[in-house]
Every structure is written in C-alpha cells, then in structure tokens.
Design a protein around this ligand. Structure first.
Ligand SMILES: Cc1ncc(COP(=O)(O)O)c(C=O)c1O
Length: 371
C-alpha cells in the first residue's frame, strides 16, 4: 500500500525507529578499514566475548567466563541454537501465551513439543510458578521466560522468578531467559536476571540478550547467551556447521555498543516512555479497548474483543485478522493481529514510532471503531 503511495500509519515494527548511534557505526567503519573482514572464531571474537562477560557482571551481577558465552547472528539465532542443542524428539518446552511468535516455531523445528500455557491479563500475562509446576512432566526439557515480554511489555516480579528458578532446580529442566528488552524498562522498574537467583539456578539457565533492541541495531544481527558450558559447546558446533561466525564487522560494532557510552540507550528509553504514556492515554479514550500497561519493551497489546461480533462499514469483525484487515483497508493503520502471538482477542501496537504518528494513527482508530 505504501509502495502505491497510500498514507499508512505503521504500528507493526518490532524495532526501534532510531538510527544506530554514531560511535557504533564508526567502530564498524574502523573494523572495515583495519581489514577485519575475514572469518572469526565461530563463537565470536575474544574482545566481544570479554565485553559480554563484563556486561553480565556490570548489569546483572553474574560472573561467567568466556567458555560459557557464545555470540550468534541475533538473539533469534541464539534461541534457535539453544533449542537445537538441548532438545530431543519428545522433549517438552513450556512457555506462556501470549508468546513471541518464534518460540513456538523454533521449538517445533527442534522436534520438541511446545507446551503453551495461557497467561491472562489479570496475571500480567506472566506464568505463575504453580501453573508451571502443574505442567512439568518427566519430558520437560526447558521453560522459556521472556521478560520484558514481546508482545505484552509486561515483566515478571522477582518473587515469581525466584520460585520458577527453584522449580527448575528441583525438576532439573533448563531455563531460557529471554532478556533482549532488559534495557527498555519504565517507571523505575528494575531488571533482575533469572540467572541471578543462586548458583544452582545459574547452572541451568541460558541468559539470552543482544544488541538489536537496546542499541537500535536490528539489522546488524548480533545476539548472545551465557549458559551451561557443555550446551554452549554444542551450540558452537551447530553454529560451526550452519552459519559459522556472526559477521565480523558487526561483532566490532557490538563490542563498541556493549562497552562504549550507554547514554544513547537512556535517550531512546526516554522517548519510548513518553510514547508509551501517549499511546496508553489515547487508548484510554476508546471504549471497548482494554490493556495492561507495559512496563518494558515498546509494545502495547490491547484486547479488542468487545468489538468482535460487530459489522463496521461492511467489515465483519470476529477475529484479530478481521480487525487488522479492517484497520488497514479502511483506516490505513497497520498493526499486528494477536493470533500469531497465541492471543486472538488482541492486536500488537509497536510504539517505536513518533508521537505525531501515534496521534495520527489513534485518531484513525478512534474514528474507525467509534465513529
Ligand atoms: C522477545 C524477543 N526475543 C528475541 C528477539 C530476537 O532479536 P534479534 O534476533 O534481533 O537479536 C526478538 C526480536 O523481535 C524478540 O522480540
């Protein structure tokens, strides 16, 4: 539609709208000029792994050595490799719905079985420890926890994380802690890594992170994890025979991002917080739309089911796909239907866009739903 010249307001992007900070781009240019354009060690250059080890100490009070760290082509690739390394056919991997779209597909690609547990808005879209306990079987291989979450922006409280850690230790399953939105938290909420609840928990937890979201580097494709050394070795073998190393110059850029000045992150966070407040306030004025206020990431995941069953301007609205089609065709607003996240009553709105665009889009949605 955009290519046809139509004026569409976009809320679909899963990435910050800011440019990658200059000092990071400069580091990539320097790497190019220094000829760092060849293969690197499969699991990442020493300097970057050192910076990641320092980051875990600095931000999460977690001590790792380099053998417990692997750098991959984005956190998506990291999670894929973890699941490939630890899962056998018949293994079960537990996670919450609403889920990030790729968890379910990556579990299936590893020949394991996704065990999807419903997390309601009343529980902040987070799994309760007792829900997990009830779902654990002899086949449970891992639980994936995403906090802050895509698509809901909600975060787990420390008490729940502690109990989930205890369950994992007791039943000896892995924890895959997706902390990619760690740096994007609002209202003074503090991030606590799932691996920080004792050495026994840390020994069976993969802490997944990356530079995509915090440093606006989605296209550079650098993600990483720290976790159990034997599994990290297996991941390295998988990576060796599939992608080899992540791009050499992107690794130099990621090194500058992680170990360089962190002020650009704070500036982006400040803008996101204003946008979050604005989009929430605008949805407050639209009847029949409920949401849980996001404490992190840059997504709002409202429930539109009060509008299901309606026919508006000739469009029958009975699902998130119907609503997405109506909003796109009629109001020229693009948002992501919730069914892909396992939550058909919802739509995902990314507020990684300007306040002007948020206002323009919400004017259109209000008109489309209320008149
Ligand atoms: C929850 C979550 N995890 C992981 C990723 C992967 O990020 P990347 O592969 O860009 O590092 C994303 C990206 O959208 C995400 O939303």
């Amino acid at each position: 539609m955009i290519a046809d010249g139509l004026d569409v307001v976009k809320f679909g992007a899963g990435e910050p709208d800011f440019d990658t900070p200059d000092h990071i781009k400069d580091a990539a240019v320097e790497a190019l000029n220094q000829g760092l354009t060849k293969y690197t060690p499969v699991s990442g250059i020493v300097g970057l792994k050192e910076a990641i080890v320092d980051k875990f100490q600095r931000d999460n009070s977690l001590s790792y050595d380099q053998g417990q760290v692997i750098v991959s082509c984005g956190a998506k690739h990291t999670i894929y490799n973890i699941l490939q390394a630890i899962c056998n056919p018949g293994d079960e991997v537990i996670f919450a719905a609403p889920y990030w779209v790729s968890y379910i597909e990556m579990v299936k690609l590893a020949d394991a079985t996704p065990i999807v547990l419903q997390a309601t808005p009343e529980q902040n879209f987070c799994l309760t420890p007792s829900q997990i306990e009830a779902a654990v079987t002899a086949n449970t291989k891992a639980v994936i926890i995403g906090s802050p979450s895509n698509p809901t922006g909600t975060t787990y409280d420390a008490n729940s994380l502690r109990q989930i850690g205890e369950l994992a230790v007791k039943n000896q399953f892995y924890l895959i802690s997706d902390e990619i939105y760690e740096a994007l938290l609002y209202d003074g909420v503090q991030h606590q890594s799932l691996a920080s609840f004792g050495e026994k928990v840390k020994a069976i937890t993969f802490v997944v992170n990356g530079v995509s979201k915090a440093y606006s580097m989605t296209g550079w494709r650098i993600g990483y994890t720290a976790g159990p050394e034997d599994a990290i070795k297996a991941m390295s073998k998988i990576q060796s025979h599939s992608t080899s190393n992540p791009t050499s110059i992107a690794q130099s850029a990621a090194l500058a991002a992680i170990s360089g000045p962190q002020e650009p992150v704070a500036e982006m966070l400040n803008a996101f917080q204003k946008r979050r407040n604005l989009i929430c306030q605008r949805f407050d004025d639209i009847d029949g739309v409920e949401y849980v206020k996001p404490q992190g990431a840059f997504y709002l995941f409202p429930d539109f089911s009060a509008h299901y069953g309606r026919t508006i301007n000739g469009y029958s609205i009975n699902s998130s796909q119907d609503l997405a089609t109506y909003l796109l065709d009629d109001a020229k607003v693009g948002a992501v239907p919730g069914d892909g996240f396992g939550a058909d009553n919802h739509m995902r709105f990314s507020f990684a866009t300007s306040e002007t665009e948020i206002n323009r889009g919400l004017d259109r949605i209000e008109k489309a739903l209320i008149g």
